[in-house]
Design a protein around this ligand. Structure first.
Ligand code: ZN
Length: 303
């Protein structure tokens, strides 16, 4: 665009608000990044102060931003009619319960703000230019410090009364084989309680990165994730399931999950077979950038 001889680019802000760090980006589009910064998630005052300072100083360097997209850890309030819209609500993350994340940034930066869950942001990113560009029905799951998922049905992200909390689905557990009581403070042995990164460390006394491929942890882990995939397939009828997050950097898990999924599914789902399972359950394509791309897309959609 050209205004009185001067080129004008619409700039966007993207914020991936995670439980360990807040990743910020200023960009002309999801693939035209001008500047990035990352701040550790400490207290809301300190972290949000750093984020606001980055975006304000960035606007001086690159020009004003037109909108900000926030993809946040949760649980969050996504109901635009709620008094707590844009808040992080009942998180176990110390100091962050009832934090008005979207409101504080909107007020400090004086621009429109789009707000969604971190996993919805990542799902949107993968849909835009990652592992789900060719489908409108898919689930993006991240398995790391916690387990969360963004669900897209018919091209729209599913939120509903709150937003899906895939990590807290209840799981069958063979207590003879796995006596571990689970890591979730709310449910014990829900999916997240049994299969998030800290549960692996807690159960085996070792971090996943320190275990070799033959460790019995992986067979159990693959089984829980295969059960999750069968449940997701039963509930949402996805065309694809993307499995990301730190735990899935153990790429040998995929073959184990394929094998167990096919066995557990018992041939019931016509859309999945041994011939196409490698394109049905896949890793993300944006390698850690899905949340950034998604948050920028959310900002763009406001304009
Ligand atoms: Zn739980």
């Amino acid at each position: 665009m050209e205004v009185q001889g001067k080129a004008v680019t619409t700039l966007l802000g993207g914020l991936e608000a995670g439980g360990t760090k807040f990743n910020c980006a200023i960009a002309a589009g999801p693939n035209e990044i001008r500047e990035r910064a990352s701040f550790p998630t400490t207290t809301p005052e300190k972290t949000l102060g750093q984020v606001i300072e980055f975006f304000q100083a960035g606007a001086q360097r690159h020009g004003p931003m037109s909108a900000l997209g926030i993809a946040s850890f949760g649980p969050v309030d996504l109901n635009p009619h709620s008094k707590q819209y844009g808040y992080i609500t009942t998180t176990p993350k110390s100091g962050w319960s009832n934090t008005n994340l979207a409101g504080q940034l909107k007020e400090a930066l004086s621009i429109p703000v789009a707000f969604d869950t971190d996993v919805n942001g990542a799902a949107l990113g993968e849909h835009l230019c990652g592992a789900a560009t060719d489908v409108k029905n898919f689930v993006y799951v991240t398995i790391g410090t916690g387990i969360g998922a963004g669900v897209m049905v018919d091209g729209k992200l599913v939120n509903g009364a709150m937003h899906p909390e895939i990590g807290h689905m209840l799981m069958p557990q063979d207590r003879q084989r796995d006596p571990y009581p689970g890591h979730c403070p709310f449910h014990g042995n829900c999916l997240e309680g049994l299969a998030c990164g800290p549960a692996i460390k807690d159960r085996w006394g070792l971090r996943g990165q320190s275990m070799d491929n033959k460790h019995p942890a992986w067979d159990l882990q693959a089984e829980y994730l295969a059960i999750m995939c069968v449940n997701l397939t039963s509930c949402y009828s996805p065309e694809r399931i993307i499995l990301g997050g730190g735990v899935m950097e153990q790429t040998h898990l995929f073959e184990r999950i394929y094998h167990k999924f096919l066995s557990l599914a018992g041939g019931y789902f016509p859309q999945v077979s041994r011939h196409n399972i490698r394109s049905f359950i896949v890793p993300p394509k944006l390698a850690g950038r899905s949340g950034e791309v998604g948050s920028l897309r959310m900002a763009q959609a406001l304009l």
